[in-house]
Ligand binder design. Structure first.
Ligand code: NAD
Length: 299
């Protein structure tokens, strides 16, 4: 059985590493946070002493980090992980980062003969825990195929989007659309409520009509309409406004790079920036954009 090093054990990486352990792999895990390391140990991972020590005898290195800076800082340069990894190892980089950063990593790995792919995920923390993530992969088909058994232990859907960086492009297209239909859903629900409709009844009508969409059906942003979603627990847990803003920033950078017209993406970013202007909102789930449209009580 292959030995895996897993770097970045946060809300997503922690449960992903646990699912690899559950599938029978030996996982050496490392994070800068002591609490994350302890959690990983309790799920059966071996505690890595450092990132460098963790990858030294690894067949597969998986990373799940907050930003492109973190990924490049970890892997690249004279002191980067690529310098100490086995040339037969495979890198599966799962963070959401700029496609250009992913391409830089994959090219640098290739210079050392190391196979690498970008494999950002969709599905959030619940899917990470359930092992039902969707992976959007970019890179050579042979490297993506080599990654499949490990991805299957953490996910339900594995897509090969195209060459290096294509997974990241697919991911930010998806999340830009997600932001747009979440905002549209919140706006429509509020219009109905302001005009005397019950948000549950309105949701049911729109679900069965042409306004139906994922935000309405699976992740309803209006409190009290749906159980088990962040709106039913004061928008705690889930996918934060901060992370959505990061993804919308990546989408706008990508659009600028290809001179693509993305007016709704730009507006969605502006609305999330307005909402996240209050630091209290930044840590809430992104469906809390509903509060931007709700009137204060008594208004
Ligand atoms: P998180 O902040 O919970 O976890 C990131 C972890 O990385 C932290 O534990 C941090 O200590 C660790 N870390 C940072 N730099 C490190 C380094 N140099 N070495 C070792 N550990 C380091 O974030 P998350 O929610 O797990 O998200 C991780 C990635 O997944 C992000 O790129 C995010 O955009 C993406 N993502 C998140 C979700 C979600 O719902 N949370 C969904 C899809 C994709």
């Amino acid at each position: 059985m292959e030995k895996i090093a897993f770097i970045g054990l946060g809300n997503m990486g922690g449960p992903m590493a646990a699912n690899l352990v559950a599938a029978g792999y030996r996982v050496t895990a490392f994070d800068l946070s002591e609490a994350a390391l302890q959690q990983a140990e309790s799920s059966g991972c071996v505690r890595g002493e450092s990132a460098h020590q963790s990858v030294q005898d690894a067949d597969v290195v998986i990373s799940m980090l907050p930003s492109g800076e973190a990924v490049k800082g970890l892997f690249l340069g004279a002191r980067g992980l690529l310098q100490v990894m086995d040339a037969n190892a495979l890198v599966i980089e799962c963070s959401t980062i700029a496609a250009g950063d992913a391409r830089q990593l994959i090219a640098a790995a290739g210079d050392r003969g190391i196979r690498a792919i970008d494999a950002p995920v969709s599905g959030g923390t619940a899917a990470a825990a359930a092992g039902t993530l969707s992976f959007m992969c970019g890179g050579d088909a042979t490297a993506v195929d080599a990654a499949r058994p490990f991805l299957q232990a953490m996910g339900a859907n594995i897509f090969h989007a195209g060459p290096a960086g294509a997974g990241q492009v697919a991911k930010i297209c998806n999340n830009m659309l997600l932001a747009i239909h979440m905002i549209g859903t919140a706006e429509a629900l509020q219009l109905g409520v302001d005009n005397g409709l019950d948000p549950k009844v309105l949701s049911e009508i729109m679900r069965a009509s042409s306004g139906g969409n994922w935000s309405l059906e699976k992740y309803n942003p209006y409190p009290g309409v749906m159980d088990g979603v962040p709106a039913s627990r004061e928008y705690s847990g889930g996918f934060s406004v901060t992370l959505m803003l990061k993804d919308l920033g990546l989408a706008m950078d990508t659009a600028a790079g290809s001179a693509s017209s993305t007016p709704l993406g730009a507006l969605a970013k502006n609305l999330y920036q307005l909402h996240g202007g209050d630091p209290v909102n930044r840590v809430l789930d992104f469906s809390s954009i509903q509060n931007l449209f709700r009137r204060p009580a008594g208004d």
